[in-house]
Design a protein around this ligand. Structure first.
Ligand SMILES: NC(=O)c1ccc[n+]([C@@H]2O[C@H](COP(=O)([O-])OP(=O)(O)OC[C@H]3O[C@@H](n4cnc5c(N)ncnc54)[C@H](OP(=O)(O)O)[C@@H]3O)[C@@H](O)[C@H]2O)c1
Length: 294
C-alpha cells in the first residue's frame, strides 16, 4: 500500500537498532493485511528518550515498540501502564490513544505464546533461568502468571539474582500471578546441577550466545530429566551453542524467534485491536536473518 497523508506511523525506539527484525516483520504484516501503516527503526540515545516519547504524542504516531536500553526508562513517561508492564517494570509497546500514552509489555505474553506453540505447559513445573536482566524478569513473571514453580534464577552476578527474586516475590504477592505463583529463588551458578533434576524448563535469558562466535552460559545438561525443554531467548543464530549443548544431551529445544514473533503479534493487539499475522512475521524475520531484507 502506498504511503500517503493517512499513513499511520509506528516506530522502534532503541539504541542501537540496526540489527532489529521488527521493521521487516511489521511492514510485511502491514502489506499482507492491507493496513496503511509504516514502521521505522529510530536510534535514540539515552539522554533523548523523553524527547522521543514526547515526539510520539506531538506527531500523533499510532504507537511504538521500545527495546534495549529504554524499556525501563519509558515506563514513568506513560499516562497509563498495563498491570503486566507495571509488574515487569518495563514497557516494550506504546499505543497513542487520543493523545494519551498507554504502555504495555508484550514480551511476557510473547514468551508464553512461544511455549504454547511448542506444546509446553509450564503450570506446576520447575523452571531454571540463566540471567537476571530485563528479559529474565519478563520471562520469570510470565512463568509465575502461568502457574510455574519453583522458578530458580541463576546469574553471573549473584546479587542481581537475589534482587530479581525479591522483586518478583513482591509482584507475585501483589496478586499479578492469577495462575498461582510458585516460589522464586536466587541460585548460585555452582548450585545449578543440584536443582536441575527438578526442572521441566531451562531458559537462557542472558545475552551469551549472540552472534557467530557465541559461547554458552551452560554446557552440561546431563542432570536435567529427559523431556526438559531448553529455551534460548537469543535468536541469531537460530541454533545457539546453548541449544546445541542441550540437543547433544537429548533434550528438546526452542529458539528465541518465537518469542520475538509473538510479542510482535501481541503488539498489534495493543495498537490495532487485532493480533498480527504470525506466519508472515516468521517468514519476514527469517528472510531478514538470512540477509536478503524483507
Ligand atoms: N527473543 C526475544 O524476543 C527476546 C526478547 C528480549 C530479550 N532477548 C534477548 O535476551 C538477552 C538478554 O536481554 P536483557 O534485556 O535481559 O539484557 P540485560 O538486561 O543487559 O541482561 C543481560 C544478562 O546477561 C548476563 N550476561 C551478560 N554477559 C554475560 C557473560 N559473559 N556471562 C554470563 N552472563 C552474562 C548478565 O549477567 P550480569 O548480571 O552478571 O551482568 C545479565 O543477567 C539478549 O540477548 C536479548 O537480545 C530476546
Amino acid at each position: 500500500m502506498a504511503i500517503d497523508a493517512r499513513t499511520q506511523l509506528l516506530v522502534l525506539l532503541g539504541h542501537p537498532v540496526g540489527h532489529s527484525l521488527s521493521p521487516a516483520m511489521h511492514n510485511a504484516g502491514f502489506h499482507e493485511r492491507g493496513r496503511n501503516a509504516c514502521y521505522l527503526a529510530c536510534d535514540v540515545a539515552p539522554p533523548d528518550v523523553a524527547a522521543a516519547v514526547a515526539g510520539l504524542r506531538a506527531l500523533r504516531a499510532a504507537g511504538a515498540n521500545v527495546t534495549v536500553p529504554h524499556k525501563e526508562a519509558v515506563l514513568p513517561l506513560m499516562d497509563e501502564v498495563s498491570p503486566t508492564a507495571r509488574a515487569a517494570g518495563a514497557v516494550n509497546t506504546i499505543a497513542v490513544r487520543d493523545g494519551r500514552l498507554y504502555g504495555d509489555n508484550t514480551d511476557v505474553g510473547g514468551f508464553l505464546a512461544s511455549l504454547a506453540e511448542a506444546g509446553y505447559d509450564p503450570r506446576g513445573r520447575g523452571a531454571l533461568l540463566f540471567g537476571a536482566g530485563g528479559a529474565a524478569r519478563g520471562v520469570a513473571l510470565g512463568l509465575l502468571q502461568a502457574g510455574a514453580g519453583p522458578v530458580w534464577i541463576a546469574n553471573r552476578t549473584y546479587g542481581r539474582a537475589v534482587e530479581l527474586a525479591k522483586a518478583l516475590s513482591v509482584a507475585a504477592g501483589a496478586g499479578v500471578a492469577p495462575g498461582g505463583a510458585g516460589a522464586v529463588a536466587p541460585l548460585a551458578m555452582e548450585a545449578v546441577a543440584t536443582v536441575a533434576p527438578r526442572a521441566g524448563l531451562v531458559v537462557n535469558c542472558t545475552s551469551v550466545g549472540l552472534g557467530a562466535a557465541g559461547q554458552s552460559v551452560w554446557n552440561d545438561f546431563s542432570r536435567f530429566p529427559p523431556g526438559t525443554l531448553a529455551v534460548d531467548l537469543v535468536y541469531n543464530p537460530e541454533v545457539t551453542p546453548f541449544l546445541g549443548a542441550a540437543e547433544t544431551a537429548g533434550l528438546p529445544t526452542l529458539g528465541g524467534l518465537g518469542m520475538l514473533v509473538h510479542q510482535a503479534a501481541l503488539a498489534w493487539e495493543v495498537w490495532f485491536g487485532e493480533k498480527g499475522p504470525v506466519d508472515v512475521f516468521y517468514a519476514a524475520a527469517r528472510r531478514a536473518l538470512a540477509g536478503d531484507g524483507a
